[in-house]
Write a protein that binds this ligand. Structure first.
Ligand code: APR
Ligand code: ZN
Ligand code: ZN
Length: 364
C-alpha cells in the first residue's frame, strides 16, 4: 500500500510502497478515507519533537474496517471509524479512574519481538502514535478506533479524532468552562477554532480570539468569537485585560509555545485558569510572576482534551448531525496524499483551518 514517508527531518515526505502486516488478535486493519494535517504532525516534520524514522505521520483519521483480529469485539468489517492517538488498556489506574487519555499503555506499538506493523523492503517503518494515517491503509490497536454513524461524511469525521475532540474536551473536560464565564483563545487554527466553538456551545459570555493572521480571526468570528485581537499588531495581554475589565476566567493556549503560555496566564483575572492545549518543544520554558498566584490563578496542562475517546467521538458526531456544531467550515482544502508535504511545509503561513487528505475511490 502507498504511504507518505518522513525519511529525515527537513526533507520532503516521500511516496513509497509499504508492506502492512495482517492484524494480530487485538488489531484492526483500516482502509483510510481521510486524514487531517495537524500541527502535531508538523512538530515531527520539523524536528520539534523526536520520532523514530522513517515515519508515517497522520493521526486525525477516518476509515472503513477491512479486517479485524480474533479478539476484537464490537467492530465489524465495513464499519466506519475514526482513530485517535489515545488508545487505552482499560486496566491501569488512569483507565480505571476514567482518565483514558492518560493510559500508561496506549497500545501504540506491538510487543517486542513481534513483526513490525509496517515495513519497507523488510525494514521497519514507524506509524506515528501507533496510527500513521498518511497512507492508504492502517493497522491499529482496536482501542484507538471509535465507530461513527453512517450519515457522517468521513472527511469531516476525521477531524473528530484530534482537532475537534481536543478543542471541545479542553473546554468541557479539562477547564470545565461554565455558562457566563469569559474566555480567551490564543491560536485559532484547527484546534483553537474548536475551543472557540466549544466555548460558545457551553454559553461563555465573552469569547476573545487571538491570532496573528487576520484570516484566522475572521474564521474565529464565524465559529463564535465575540471579539478578535491581532497578536501581530497589539499586545494581546493588555487588550484582553482591557476588554474584560481585568482579565478572563479562562484562557486557552492553542499554539504550543512558552511565550504564548505566558500570555495566556497574563490574561487571567482573579481566580482565572489558563489551560495549555498546544504542544511545546521539549526545551521550551514558562516563567510566570510568582505573586500572581496570590490571586488564586491557575496554570494547567491538558492532553487530548482530557477525553474519553469513544464516548466523546459519539457525542461530537451526534452534535454535528443535530446541527449544533460546525465541521464543514473546518475543512479548507481537500488534497491528495502527494500534497501532504506541501500542506506541512506551508502550514505556519497558511490562512486555512485544516487541510484534509482524501483518497479517491474510497467511500466518503
Ligand atoms: N500568537 C497568536 N497566534 C499564533 C501565534 C502567536 N504568537 N503563533 C501562531 N499562532 C496561530 C497561527 O496563526 C495559527 O492560526 O496559532 C494557530 C495554530 O494553528 P494550526 O497551525 O492550525 O495548529 P493546530 O493544529 O490548531 O494545533 C495547535 O495544538 O494540538 C496542538 O500540537 C498542536 O501545538 C499545536 C496546537
Ligand atoms: Zn490504561
Ligand atoms: Zn492533532
Amino acid at each position: 500500500m502507498k504511504a507518505a514517508v518522513l525519511e529525515a527531518v527537513g526533507s520532503p515526505l516521500v511516496l513509497a510502497e509499504l508492506a502492512i502486516d495482517e492484524p494480530e488478535p487485538d488489531e484492526v486493519l483500516l482502509r483510510v478515507a481521510a486524514a487531517g494535517v495537524c500541527h502535531s504532525d508538523h512538530n515531527l516534520y520539523v524536528g520539534n519533537l523526536p520520532g523514530a524514522l522513517p515515519l508515517v505521520l497522520g493521526h486525525e483519521v477516518s476509515g472503513v474496517v477491512e479486517r479485524v483480529g480474533s479478539n476484537v469485539g464490537g467492530l465489524r468489517v465495513g464499519d466506519r471509524v475514526v482513530t485517535c492517538p489515545s488508545g487505552f488498556c482499560g486496566r491501569c489506574r488512569w483507565c480505571m479512574s476514567g482518565h483514558l487519555h492518560l493510559c500508561l499503555d496506549k497500545n501504540r506499538t506491538r510487543l517486542d519481538g513481534h513483526q513490525p506493523r509496517l515495513t519497507r523492503d523488510g525494514e521497519p517503518v514507524t506509524p506515528f502514535v501507533g496510527l500513521g494515517g498518511f497512507a492508504e491503509q492502517m493497522l491499529v490497536h482496536h482501542s484507538s478506533v471509535a465507530t461513527v454513524p453512517a450519515e457522517l461524511p468521513l472527511d469531516l469525521a476525521a477531524l473528530l479524532g484530534c482537532a475537534v475532540i481536543t478543542g471541545f474536551g479542553s473546554v468541557l473536560n479539562t477547564a470545565r468552562v461554565r455558562p457566563g464565564q469569559t474566555v480567551a483563545v490564543i491560536g485559532c487554527g484547527g484546534v483553537g477554532l474548536n475551543v472557540v466553538q466549544a466555548a460558545r456551545y457551553v454559553g461563555a459570555s465573552r469569547i476573545i480570539a487571538v491570532d496573528r493572521l487576520s484570516a484566522k480571526l475572521a474564521r474565529a468570528s464565524a465559529f463564535g468569537a465575540t471579539d478578535v485581537v491581532d497578536a501581530g499588531a497589539t499586545d494581546p495581554v493588555q487588550v484582553v485585560r482591557e476588554l474584560t475589565g481585568g482579565g478572563v476566567d479562562h484562557a486557552f493556549e492553542v499554539v504550543g509555545r512558552g511565550t504564548t503560555i505566558e500570555q495566556a496566564f497574563g490574561m487571567l483575572g482573579l481566580r482565572g485558569t489558563a489551560t495549555v492545549v498546544g504542544v511545546a518543544r521539549p526545551d521550551d520554558r514558562v516563567t510566570i510572576p510568582a505573586l500572581a498566584l496570590l490571586s488564586e490563578k491557575r496554570l494547567q496542562g491538558g492532553q487530548m482534551g482530557s477525553s474519553r475517546f469513544p464516548l466523546d467521538v459519539a457525542l461530537l458526531a451526534r452534535l454535528y448531525l443535530d446541527g449544533r456544531i460546525q465541521l464543514d467550515a473546518l475543512v479548507s482544502e481537500r488534497i491528495g496524499l502527494d500534497d501532504a508535504d506541501t500542506a506541512l511545509r506551508t502550514m505556519n503561513d497558511s490562512t486555512g483551518a485544516r487541510s484534509v487528505i482524501t483518497f479517491p475511490g474510497v467511500l466518503q
